[in-house]
Ligand binder design. Structure first.
Ligand code: F6P
Length: 474
């Protein structure tokens, strides 16, 4: 039995099944996982996650009770749930990533508005079943009065389900995404919206990355549920229970990041990149190929900058990392193709025999991206909407002499906006102007701002972020 539990869709490790049937283990990716991995080990947390792939399912079948740590893997206490693949697919791809992610990031557009039909109803039932599987596993593993930290939009129903099973537990829910404003949240079918909000309100404490997302959640509770909201004390009272709403920004463990970024593989990538770009100035971006990251408009801004500032031809290179993500979804496959088309247009229009204006990296290469951070003169972070955005925080830590261009719609803008060049992410021309401003800014000014940015980025490392929420449950 465990006193502190974490639940999230993606876990700290994943497994790859090779053709000969052997399994190899890899560290899981993404902001949530990198934030929580070290903290979970240090505090002896039991982490409950879903099996995401055939490799994961293979590993779970060999593990007693799905407990990978007890099957001899060096994972920290970890239970992986083998949810039937069709149920998992509908819950994760259709509801969590194609519906809830779209709602919270305002990604629907007019020709592509949602269509909630009989098929969606089956998908929603799978989302309920998948949440139920987590709630049951947590109820089984938690000791009396344990604290359970449920993560993200995949698991919105878990707090209420868990409360039904185990009223003795103290439960927190944390949203790593933005939260939709009520008019946009109202796109969801009424019963679905109600169940999502009531699911989270099953927690004692509901956490958000910024005051803006917490405010939007409270607005939805008021408008959709008619709940009683006290914005000063940040509480929501509904159906006889009160849930505290918390704002917990998430920063970076600067020391751990520097340790990793100083390893020989990163140093040799730095040398190779330097060879490739010479002494030209470097504009860097590092993202998953994700619709909300706004990569296509970022490339359009670079193109407009090159068109309006020919004096920079041959003197600057844009290194754009766009890692593969969520390729099961057609929107993501199309977006990946759009990013590659935009990149090719820039290369065709401006590339010469001795100058590549753009280097696009489409493979997941963590050490190479750390090398890029360290070499950056300008870091471009222009999401149309983002819960926090840790790239905006990692960049200044690894290269305080780089200028940060930051979308005002990223959660990180609340803390970093003052020292960054903030942009409206839809305004391509303003982003192009900010690229130039970053490039011509004196090195002294970049360093002055970068030092302040790095201090803000390390103020709330993951262990403090987590400790703060644990304390809120006491
Ligand atoms: O809440 C956002 C998040 O869970 C991040 O932690 C992570 O960067 C991203 O979504 C990863 O998504 P997925 O697990 O679908 O790859």
């Amino acid at each position: 039995m465990n006193a502190i539990l974490v639940a999230s869709n993606r876990g700290p490790v994943s497994f790859i099944l090779s053709e000969d049937g052997s399994l190899s283990m890899r560290r899981g990716g993404g902001g949530l996982v990198s934030g929580l991995s070290e903290v979970a080990k240090d505090l002896n947390v039991l982490w409950v996650c879903a099996a995401l792939s055939d490799g994961d399912r293979g590993a779970v079948r060999l593990a007693p009770g799905g407990r990978l740590d007890q099957a001899g893997y060096e994972t920290g206490a970890l239970r992986m749930l083998d949810i039937p693949p069709a149920t998992f697919h509908r819950a994760y791809n259709a509801v969590a990533n194609s519906t809830l992610w779209f709602v919270h990031h305002l990604l629907y557009d007019t020709p592509n508005m949602p269509h909630f039909d009989a098929r969606f109803r089956r998908e929603w039932e799978s989302y309920q079943a998948y949440n139920e599987a987590f709630a049951m596993a947590l109820a089984e593993e938690a000791s009396h009065g344990a604290r359970v930290m449920v993560q993200d939009y995949h698991l919105s129903l878990v707090p209420a389900m868990l409360r039904g099973e185990r009223p003795d537990l103290r439960v927190a829910h944390f949203s790593h995404t933005p939260w939709a404003p009520p008019e946009y949240f109202a796109l969801l079918p009424d019963d679905v919206g109600t169940e999502l909000l009531e699911g989270i309100l099953g927690a004692d404490h509901a956490g958000f990355l910024t005051a803006r997302w917490a405010g939007a959640f409270m607005d939805c509770c008021e408008m959709v549920l008619g709940a009683q909201v006290d914005r000063r004390s940040r509480t929501v009272t509904h159906a006889g229970r009160t849930t505290r709403i918390g704002v917990h920004s998430l920063g970076v463990d600067g020391e751990a990041l520097w340790t990793r970024a100083s390893e020989p593989d990163v140093e040799s990538h730095m040398a190779a990149l330097r060879d490739q770009v010479g002494d030209r100035m470097l504009i860097v971006r590092i993202d998953r190929t994700e619709l909300s990251k706004n990569i296509v408009r970022g490339l359009a801004a670079y193109r407009e900058f090159l068109a309006t500032h020919p004096e920079w031809h041959g003197r600057v290179v844009h290194l754009a990392f766009a890692y593969p993500s969520r390729h099961d979804l057609p929107e993501y496959r199309e977006y990946t193709a759009a990013v590659q088309r935009s990149a090719k247009e820039i290369e065709d229009e401006y590339g010469t025999e001795d100058w590549d204006p753009l280097i696009l990296n489409v493979n997941d290469d963590y050490p190479r991206s750390l090398a890029a951070y360290r070499l950056a003169d300008v870091l471009l972070v222009n999401p149309i909407r983002d819960g926090m955005n840790l790239v905006a925080k990692e960049g200044p830590i690894l290269s305080p002499r780089s200028a940060l261009i930051l979308s005002r719609e990223a959660g990180a803008a609340a803390e970093l906006g003052e020292h960054a060049l903030t942009v409206n992410p839809y305004d391509v021309s303003a982003t192009a102007a900010a690229l130039r401003e970053g490039l011509v800014m004196s090195e002294g000014e970049r360093l002055r701002r970068g030092t302040l940015l790095a201090a803000a980025a390390t103020a709330l490392p993951p262990h403090l972020w987590f400790a703060d929420q644990l304390a809120a449950l006491k």
